[in-house]
Design a protein around this ligand. Structure first.
Ligand code: ATP
Length: 382
């Protein structure tokens, strides 16, 4: 086993980071009493997992952290890294040519372990050194008075040292672990037997409970069936209701469509009536205009008739005068008889003319009357 280097920081009398590189030959560290030589071997034992405070020459684990001096205050943690050569695969589980182990301890009591800067458990670190001759309980580090201790140690402890040296401590370790497991299993077995005894006491009440549970399950199944049939019945009723609602809905839709169509027809009819109203209004207006025109014509005819009547009256007066003159003339001259006849013929002609005019006037009045009635009828209809 070749130690390549040791890095100490905050450990015992090494507050600052101190790196010791070991050459391939023998390395000796010399110094006056109390200068810290043994602290270096303590650091090596500590980094390999030493748990015994006494073995580290302290009263408690915190004592490994630099505690301060008059000139320098204490530090918060101690850290030691040991670099080992592995070119000959002393650590069969590690492939690297160099293996570094690190241990860090804080004043809070927290410990951290690393192998090649990978965080590991203390167990991993202990197993790494098993059968390498460097175990924390091995004989590789022999401190002051240790040889005396080995010689005077009890045979069991001595055996452990030789086993470590012979490389069978791994198997002893495993055997111890297996024995511990066996003990734990036996303890578990005892606990299980106790539990069985306890459970046996509960068998009868549990059987009753199981019976009840079985009945409960049967009843629960029956209840479930009943519930299902009720649900199915409800479902049928709901389906029928839904079908009826659907039919009602369709009928309502049809009615709505019909009503819409009727409404559209009514709107169209209303539109037609409005159109007809407009036409009738126009017609009434036209009739009113025609009626006014007829009235004007009637008035014209009436005034024409009045003119004719006055002409007739005038002519009658003329006739009477003429008759008077005729009579006078007859009396004066019989030759005037022919003149009188002519005058009579003229009078007859004028009478005939008057008759014709009267007929035409009557026809006109009739037409006017008929048109006035027609206009009145059209106005009422509008
Ligand atoms: P010797 O030859 O007498 O055995 P040594 O050189 O091996 O002596 P160590 O016993 O390693 O010396 O070192 C003891 C020194 O370490 C003491 O001065 C002690 O005060 C110092 N020391 C130990 N623990 C701590 C600590 N936690 N903080 C500060 N100094 C410490």
């Amino acid at each position: 086993m070749y130690l390549k280097a040791l890095e100490i920081q905050g450990f015992k009398s090494f507050p600052d980071k101190t790196v010791l590189n070991f050459g391939e030959d023998i390395t000796a560290i010399v110094g006056p009493n109390g200068s810290g030589k043994s602290n270096i071997s303590d650091a090596i034992r500590w980094v390999m997992g030493e748990q015994s405070v006494k073995g580290l020459r302290g009263a408690k684990m915190e004592d490994v952290i630099f505690g301060g001096t008059e000139k320098r205050s204490q530090v918060g943690f101690a850290q030691v890294t040991l670099v080992l050569d592995n070119t000959e695969h002393i650590f069969p589980t590690m492939e690297e040519s160099e293996v570094s182990v690190t241990r860090r301890y804080y004043r809070s009591g927290e410990s951290e372990y690393y192998i090649n800067r990978q965080s590991v458990r203390l167990k991993d670190l202990t197993e790494l050194f098993l059968d390498t001759g460097m175990g924390r309980e091995g004989y590789s580090i022999i401190g002051q008075g240790k040889i005396d201790e080995i010689l005077s140690a009890k045979s069991g402890e001595r055996r452990e040292i030789f086993e470590e040296a012979a490389g069978i401590s791994k198997f002893r370790h495993r055997k111890e672990e297996a024995e511990r497991k066996l003990e734990r299993t036996e303890e578990n077995l005892v606990r299980i037997n106790d539990k069985i005894a306890e459970l046996e006491l509960q068998v009868e009440p549990l059987r009753e409970q199981a019976e009840k549970a079985r009945k409960y399950l049967v009843l629960r199944d029956e209840l479930r069936l009943l519930e299902i049939s009720v649900w199915l019945e409800n479902l049928d009723a709901l389906k029928a209701g839904a079908r009826k609602l659907e039919a009602d809905f369709h009928a309502a839709e049809a009615q709505r469509d019909e009503a819409r169509a009727a409404l559209d027809a009514l709107y169209a009819e209303g539109e037609r009536y409005s159109e007809r109203m407009r036409e009738k209004d126009m017609e009434a207006e036209r009739v009113r205009t025609e009626s006014a025109a007829l009235e004007d014509r009637i008035k014209e005819k009436e005034s024409a008739a009045a003119v004719l009547e006055s002409t007739i009256a005038h002519n009658r007066e003329n006739i009477q005068r003429a008759e008077a003159e005729l009579a006078e003339a007859e009396s004066r001259s019989g030759g005037l008889a022919k003149q009188a006849e002519e005058q009579e013929a003229r009078v007859a002609e004028i009478d005939r003319r008057i008759g014709e005019l009267n007929g035409a006037l009557a026809a006109l009045l009739e037409t006017a009357q008929a048109m006035a009635e027609q206009a009145g009828g059209a106005q009422n209809e509008a």
